[in-house]
Design a protein around this ligand. Structure first.
Ligand code: IMP
Ligand code: MG
Length: 176
C-alpha cells in the first residue's frame, strides 16, 4: 500500500502489464507509419514516463516533442483546460501522434486536437496508455489504447495525486 497526502492507494497494474501495453501500441504505430517519420507529442507532466518507454521501443526514425496542459485539480477533472507551454515546432504536413498518459473525460484531448489541427498536419492520431471508457464524453476517436480501466482514480507511472506518485513504476488505485 502507498500513502500520498491523505489518501491510501493499492496495487492495480504491474510494470509488466504496462510494458506489454506500450509494446503493443509501438507495434501498431510502427506498422501504420512505416513510410513516415512521425512526430510524437507527449502531454506533460503525466506522459513523461510513457513517452520515454514508448520511444525507446520505437525502432524507426521519429521525432519527439512535448507540450504542457492541465485540467486536473486533486481528484476531479475540471472542465477548463489551459495550455501552459506551447509547441515550438512546425507540424505542417507532418504525421503527428499525441501520446497521453491517460484519457478520462476527454476535455484535454479535444483542446489538443483543435490546437494541433490548426497547424495542418498530414495525419493526426491519438495514443493513450490508459483510457477510462465510462468517463469519456467526447466523439473524438482514440486511435491507440494501451489499457482500458474502470472509472477509478489511479496514480503511478507518471500520474499523480496532487503532485505525488508520479515516480511509482507500477500503477495504484485509490483504496475505497
Ligand atoms: P481529461 O481531460 O478529463 O481527459 O483528463 C486528462 C488528464 O487528467 C490526464 O492527462 C491526467 O493528467 C489527468 N487524469 C485523469 N485521470 C486521472 C487519474 O485517474 N489519476 C491521475 N490523473 C488523472
Ligand atoms: Mg495528462
Amino acid at each position: 500500500m502507498v500513502q500520498l497526502h491523505d489518501k491510501q492507494f493499492v496495487p492495480f497494474i504491474s510494470a509488466e502489464e504496462i510494458d506489454f501495453a506500450i509494446q503493443k501500441m509501438v507495434a501498431q504505430i510502427e506498422d501504420d507509419f512505416a513510410d513516415e517519420i512521425p512526430v510524437f507529442i507527449g502531454v506533460l507532466n503525466g506522459s513523461f514516463m510513457v513517452v520515454s518507454d514508448f520511444v525507446k521501443k520505437y525502432s524507426k526514425s521519429c521525432e519527439v516533442s512535448f507540450l504542457k496542459m492541465t485540467s486536473y485539480n486533486g481528484l476531479t477533472s475540471t472542465n477548463e483546460v489551459k495550455e501552459l507551454i506551447g509547441l515550438n515546432q512546425d507540424l505542417t504536413g507532418r504525421s503527428v501522434v499525441v501520446i497521453e498518459d491517460i484519457i478520462d473525460t476527454g476535455h484535454t484531448i479535444v483542446e489538443l486536437k483543435a490546437l494541433i489541427k490548426k497547424q495542418n498536419p498530414k495525419h493526426f492520431k491519438i495514443a493513450t496508455l490508459f483510457f477510462k471508457p465510462d468517463a469519456y464524453k467526447k466523439d473524438v476517436k482514440i486511435d491507440y489504447i494501451g489499457i482500458q480501466i474502470p472509472n477509478k482514480f489511479i496514480v503511478g507511472f507518471g500520474l499523480d495525486y496532487d503532485g505525488l506518485g508520479r515516480n511509482l513504476s507500477e500503477v495504484y488505485q485509490l483504496k475505497d
